[in-house]
Design a protein around this ligand. Sequence first.
Ligand code: ADE
Length: 504
Amino acid sequence: MKFHVLTLFPEMISGGLNLSVIGKAVENNRIALHAVDIREYSLERHRKVDDYPYGGGAGMLMQAQPIYDAHRAVTEGRNVRTIYVTPQGIPFTQTMAEELSEEEELVFLCGHYEGIDERVLEEIVTDYVSIGDYVLTGGELPAMVMIDAIARLIPGVLGNDTSMEDESFHNDLLEYPHYTRPEIWHEKGVPQVLLSGNHAKVSAWRLEQSKIRTQKRRPDLYAKYEKRQLLITQLSKDKRNHIHMMESLARGTAEVIYENQTECGVEAILYDSKNKICMSNSPGVLSESNRREAFCADAEYIVINRPVQEQDVSEEDAGSAFKDYCVLSQCKLMLYTARTSLPVKHKNIRLVSDEDIFKSEGFADRLYQAGICADGHYSSPSGGADEEFRLTIVEYLRERAGSDALYGVFMEDNLAGIIGCHRGGSLGLLYVDTPYRSLRLGASLTAFMTNHMLEKGWVPYACLPIKNVSCQERLEKQGFYKASGKIVIYRKKYLQTNPGYAKI
Ligand code: ADE
């Protein structure tokens, strides 16, 4: 990601952001920071960039021309999202940071004096954003605040897989209290449960503390949390068919967009804005075109529950229901409801890096040919192997590895197999390389990932193609239960030719 900042004080940006975590990320080329001095684009002899307001009034305004020319020099004709930081903008939130972190490039425009000539704003600005209801002397600090919040969401910037998942606001709950050594300080001990080594108990204690803290400090957030919990309870009446929605709510990755009580239970639409996945347990609520357009305008994937007896949905059928989407796969949800961890026979399982996969000669190609992706999310649009599709999988594996969502089993330092968590939250990406079959590495990998999800306080679940019965049976042997119905996953059509579409 490249951040360009149009400013009158470039030293403030580089001085403030080239340190600590963000400074390291710049050094490691995870992000690029480009502070652009607007004065360089002034046509005046004394590099003047401001003038008096027409109609009178106090103070000076920044002129249009230097800003426009600086913007043109930076964007070079590319369509780059351009954020004007202003107290008149919409409030900056964690959700907005997540959305912006998906961009490849961003321009921030920092104002000074009494403001900026409206005409240049009309021509270059795509978003007006504020960091809060107070007025600062200029836009540099707000731009730095936003860049920090966005940059830390970019894979590889923080370099710690849990720090992002547990943090404040992640789930409408504030973070629980933390403790480090010494065990006693000012005669105060560390809560006993944190010394117990029991992950489940630690997670339960942390959740309880988060709730108490949020209720006390942020009753507004707590009300949101409670509403979300109520919907989870309602969906849990048919847990096996709703586990993907329940987990998206519980893990804080999806927002409730619509809910309606009916005689048969609750109908809901959820939206995971980071992964652009829209979910509904009722085809009806999404099939009305006005709702569909309002709720799914942005979605790359739509996931809908259907009864299993219903005939397979063909690509053409999708055309009438969702005209911009085609059917990607039809899946069975499978979930692990026990709280106990599974035995892992092979111990040498650890996080997989980009390099692990690509230094292992031909691993990605064999994995692709074996159809890791027998789980259906990856069926090639042309129905066969093609270069573009191979690249898509490689890119997806890179993204998953970069997000610390991919684990591998190593045999004498060689990567022998992988497993991971899909962007949508299900367990998957299981593959064991050819020389290592028959060692039951698959069972160890599945058990490991199941335990890992349990430790995070999640309910482990998978989403397997209806036709992949052998894989379903293997999971059943490890204690997973199968849903009675199925889910149909639709994918936006333009994504077929857009690398990176296999992202659910
Ligand atoms: N510029 C001055 N005050 C600001 C604020 N609160 N948010 C964004 N930009 C600003």
